[in-house]
Ligand binder design. Structure first.
Ligand code: XIL
Length: 328
């Protein structure tokens, strides 16, 4: 008998998975057995929900929300403001000129209010702003249409509009490379400054797209402690452990070696033991998928390279990592 992950972790945090309208069918049994939190991998992003100004398309997001709620799962909303997967119309006026702040904020407010209000009482938290911080260099913010037009203000406005639309939803700032010291300090600084201005940020999302060795366990611990010191809650929002190091662009591996599989098991073991130590602040641990038959890493950062980042294999059977996570 295979234990249920969400049962194993019920005293600690929710267990989640990112899904699509396809995987809620092809991976249904695993999802229903093991998770109690659902994130739409793509279908709540701006380009999916409002591809043309004023024309909202909610069907597929609704389908995902319905799947979650009818299986006693909560929904994490992902994501309202991002530099990717936002349709170009957002940034141009009717003459094709880049919009000014006023129009940008008007459109932002319309998007956030419409989306959040539709899912009021159904989506318990939102990644309001995703990946706004620069990976390198002295600038705090990444260069994007958002920051070019509105500096820091787009972040502040997004959280304010979100709070207004649903005062009960938890509002998150979400980012990747979150455990590396340089970026960690920038994310910390950003969220600290938002809180000092009374911008309603309830949590920080650590995407956790990690490899077999990086970030180190110590770096992860320090990131958790640093973010938690702001008094916000933490969610692990997009966990996957790639079989390849970040700079390894090989694409000739047909299946992982036993050594890689064991290393991944050990890594998952260490990571979940660490999460458990901090389960007073980490309230949700979501995988960016559920089983190795489908992962975005099959196409990123190397196109058409298979990867095996999860606890379940391509046939939905538990891997050594699963058993470690159940007993750590
Ligand atoms: C990814 C999806 O998994 C892909 O299917 C899509 O093509 C691109 O976006 N950080 C995020 C997620 O916040 O939204 C991204 O999801 C992965 C990186």
């Amino acid at each position: 008998m295979i234990p249920s992950l969400r049962e194993v972790y019920k005293e600690h945090f929710r267990i989640g998975a990112a899904v699509s309208p396809i995987t809620i069918k092809t991976q249904k049994d695993l999802l229903v057995s093991h998770v109690n939190s659902i994130t739409a991998e793509n279908h709540m992003k701006f380009e999916h929900l409002q591809p043309k100004e004023g024309e909202f398309t909610f069907e597929q997001a609704d389908e995902i929300v319905h799947f979650a709620l009818s299986n006693n799962m909560v929904v994490r909303g992902h994501t309202l403001v991002w530099h990717n997967q936002t349709p170009p119309w957002m940034f141009y006026d009717r003459e094709g000129k880049v919009v000014g702040k006023e129009l940008l904020f008007e459109r932002l407010k319309a998007h956030i209010s419409t989306v959040i209000q539709r899912y009021k009482g159904k989506v318990y938290c939102w990644d309001v702003v995703n990946e706004a911080v620069a990976d390198e260099g002295n600038d705090l913010l990444r260069i994007s249409r958002w920051s070019e037009i509105a500096g820091m203000e787009f972040i502040e406005k997004a959280f304010l509009y979100a709070r207004e639309a649903d005062p009960n939803a938890l509002l998150f700032y979400n980012d990747y490379n979150e455990s590396f010291p340089e970026k960690r300090e920038k994310i910390y600084k950003l969220v600290k400054s938002l809180l000092e201005k009374h911008i309603p940020v309830d949590g920080i999302g650590l995407q956790a797209h990690w490899s077999l060795t990086r970030p180190t366990l110590e770096e992860i611990r320090l990131a958790i402690e640093r973010y938690a010191s702001l008094g916000v809650q933490l969610h692990i929002t997009e966990l996957d452990i790639s079989m390849f190091e970040f700079d390894d662009h090989r694409n000739d591996l047909i299946k992982p070696t036993d050594q890689m599989v064991d290393k991944q098991a050990e890594r998952y073991d260490q990571i979940f033991s660490l999460f458990k130590e901090y389960s007073d602040v980490i309230r949700n641990v979501t995988f960016w998928g559920i089983a190795d038959d489908y992962t975005w890493l099959d196409n990123f950062p190397v196109k058409q390279r298979k990867n095996w980042p999860f606890l379940f294999d391509e046939n939905h059977q538990p891997k050594p990592a699963f058993w470690k996570v159940c007993t750590c």
